[in-house]
Design a protein around this ligand. Sequence first.
Ligand code: GLA
Length: 378
Amino acid sequence: MEKVNIMDHTFDLIINSPGRINIIGEHTDYNNGFVLPTAIDKKIRFKFRKNETPSNCEVKSIDFDTAFTFDLQKVSKSKTQWENYILGVIYEIQQLTDKLQGFDCVLESNIPIGSGISSSAALECGLAFGLNELFDLQLTKLQIVTLSQRAEHNYVGTKCGIMDQYASVMSKEGRVILLDCQSLEASYVPMNIVPYKLLLLNTNVSHNLASGEYNTRRQQCEEGVALIQKKYPDVQSLRDVSMEMLTEFKLDLSDAVYDRCTYVVQEKDRTLNAVKALKNNDLKELGALMYQTHHGLQHLYEVSCKELDFLVDFSKKYDQVLGARVMGGGFGGCTINLIHKDAVEEFTKEVSEAYFKAFGIKLTSFEAMPCEGTSIEN
Ligand code: GLA
């Protein structure tokens, strides 16, 4: 393998693995619905080298200013959570191939952690992608996606859907992915929104109950499906459930489970309507649907928080903001805003001031556009 440039002369390979945004279709992936994500220009950069040992590995994080070592023959869960993202990927690769050997990896990230733009998927997928190249493992991109998801389930403990890993690996510049999470069929929709932009506002709060609450939401959806299945045995997931069907079970389901299922069933249609709106360049409609999603995530799915609600409510005062909502798993992190380019500066200034006044927390913001998925740096 050719060595890369002088700065990185001791490394064999450099991989960039991006975080993602999601236009709409939240908490639908693990319910076999649709999502509309894309990778963005925030990424983890990995440097890899083989270290010519059979099984000694070292992984170093510049951002955490920490490193750890492990032996490929004795991979098990760590008490340090970030190490589990790495170890989980190694474990899952080892279920598919025995071609891994000793390696060193250094990584550096500009993806804000806990902000709902999936630094975790970027970490898992970048590592899997890099090792695939380094040791010629012959894994397909889809295998990289699914093994990374399994790593998160089995080692990290979050029973996530497939959206984040899929977006991190499969994204294409300038387009968003309409992914059918049941069939895994994807189509790429051009993100033509000029003169509008996507502005991300980071609350800079992340509630650490998020992972537990996330798994609870998933269980509640499954609970709904289990009951509906008793009458409709063909129903496999909320994908197969209409609002009409769900209403039949209103009295049998707890209020919480009924609300969770209602949100998911509505979001399924909303996502497809949003794709239509995007294709027709009807950005007002797209924005209105984003606001509806927030409403559902706030009141029915209950994964918002006061900081996120404040930002979304504040944006409603501005005609130039067509839509806004919490993005990703929730309980903190970012809102995604569809905003006229001429209003970005003033809106950002005013919302930041108001947010600081309300919570004493500094808001951070950045614009995002669809970028290429995980790739080798040349
Ligand atoms: C997290 C999960 C995804 C998805 C979103 C919510 O980002 O990793 O699989 O469920 O939350 O849409």
